[in-house]
Ligand binder design. Structure first.
Ligand code: GLY
Ligand code: MN
Ligand code: MN
Length: 435
């Protein structure tokens, strides 16, 4: 059986369970519609409903619908307009076609005649409505579907491995552009070309930060100006394959000893944490362990002279590492249900004092999470530390030196299996560098 067929069987089984648990007869999923700028006829890049692309590798298909009724073959209402302004979707093709009853429509309203009567869970944005047939997004159905999306099928893992490879090609080209003295925008273009993406194909706005800009966690600009010195590059950029994302960060240096030592130390802790992505590990414990490990790095590199436990207790590690260890990833970069206790929507709380953690679940085989520790020199947070009682423990000369480099983040995707962790990102780097 093809990986896709197996995947679809799993998706159908999960849909059947969600409908049975919530009392709906049909699951109907709208792909979504194109959105336009206010008072304008310019569309934003179309991004489909993640629940839609869970069923099919179709990401460029507005006005289409999936209809599932337990016990029946799923149907697809496939919008294929007669359009000479844009390239319309081509005739359905691919592995998935034989598994659906397909109805081609050439105007959005024609979908109405294929949409089911009866009690439907209709998942989509409000503007996908066709007359009275409007998305109702029952929370109970969505919680159920989201909870199970954490467990990736073999088909999903194969696409995620491809997304790693494309992203890694981009990262290697970006590193070369950094070494060649390119601007942030130039480095981004090198990434995009090697990853075979345009700017709007990437799963998120690439973070391409030279020098101090690396201290802004989600630095959103890309300057065309080349700085006088290329001290460091923090690049957080991924690729997308058939709707599945990668989310990879690397930090490159110009060879400054203190910053290189910091990058190497974070890399070592990152690898150790990634190896701990194992069944039955509470991700919250890994996050707290990350604080202790980064506290040890801050101490060993003479940045903060406190013992790591007290550093964490006092919130000092949070000055340098003010985000979470990572998040689930898949159809969405920050994938759904990172806090889900079960299928009902009840939540697993975050540890006190860690508001930015995006994942509190216990790891189980099939989950894929990012592991992304970092140490940053963020002026606004350092300013607060300087005026706190812990200021005396900080080696401000070292901090000042490192502030010119912005920060370090190393981010991989890691698959929890029955045995050792599978580091999708490191595997892709290894494969491509040995090719
Ligand atoms: N690229 C966003 C993140 O790492 O979560
Ligand atoms: Mn991430
Ligand atoms: Mn990232």
């Amino acid at each position: 059986m093809s990986l896709y067929r197996e995947h679809l069987d799993t998706v159908i089984k999960r849909a059947d369970l969600a409908l049975a648990a919530t009392g709906f007869e049909h699951l109907v999923i709208a792909s979504g519609i194109e959105k336009f700028r206010f008072l304008d006829d310019m569309p934003y890049p179309f991004k489909t409903n993640p629940q839609f692309k869970y069923w099919l590798p179709l990401t460029r298909h507005p006005h289409s619908w999936i209809i599932h009724t337990p016990g029946k073959r799923p149907s697809l209402v496939y919008f294929q307009p007669d359009d000479y302004w844009h390239v319309p979707p081509s005739a359905p093709s691919g592995d998935w076609v034989e598994h659906f009853d397909i109805h081609i429509i050439d105007s959005p309203e024609q979908a109405a005649k294929f949409l089911p009567q009866g009690k439907s869970a209709i998942i989509g944005e409000a503007d996908a409505a066709i007359g009275e047939f409007a998305p109702n997004n029952p929370a109970a159905v969505i919680h159920h579907l989201h909870f199970h999306r954490a467990f990736k099928t073999a088909y999903e893992l194969s696409l995620m491995r491809k997304a790693q490879r494309n992203g890694v090609h981009g990262h290697l080209a970006a590193a070369a552009a950094f070494n060649a003295g390119e601007s942030e925008a130039g480095i981004n273009l090198a990434f995009l070309k090697a990853a075979r993406h345009t700017d709007s194909d990437t799963p998120y706005n690439n973070i391409v930060a030279l020098n101090e800009n690396g201290a802004t966690l989600h630095y959103q600009y890309k300057s065309f100006d080349k700085p006088r010195e290329h001290r460091s590059l923090l690049i957080d950029a991924g690729a997308e394959v058939d709707g599945y994302s990668s989310d990879i960060t690397r930090t490159w240096t110009n060879g400054d000893t203190r910053f290189t030592d910091l990058v190497n130390a974070v890399d070592k802790e990152q690898l150790a944490l990634a190896a701990k992505v194992q069944a039955n590990v509470d991700y919250r414990d890994l996050h707290l362990e990350c604080h202790l490990r980064l506290g040890s790095v801050l101490k060993a590199l003479d940045i903060v002279d406190m013992d790591p436990g007290s550093m964490m207790e006092a919130g000092v590690t949070s000055t340098f590492f003010p985000h979470g260890l990572g998040h689930p990833i898949g159809l969405q970069v920050h994938d759904v249900a990172g806090f889900a206790a079960d299928e009902s929507g009840s939540l697993i709380p975050k540890p006190n004092g860690h508001p930015y953690l995006r994942m509190t679940r216990t790891l189980k085989p099939g989950m894929v999470v990012t592991i992304e520790p970092g140490i940053y020199f963020i002026p606004t947070l350092l300013h607060k530390l300087k005026s706190s009682k812990h200021s005396a423990a900080v080696n401000w000369r070292n901090v000042q030196h490192l502030t010119a480099f912005g920060g370090v983040r190393i981010e991989d995707e890691v698959h929890c299996t029955d045995a050792a962790a599978e580091n999708l990102t490191r595997d892709a780097f290894r494969e491509i560098q040995n090719d």
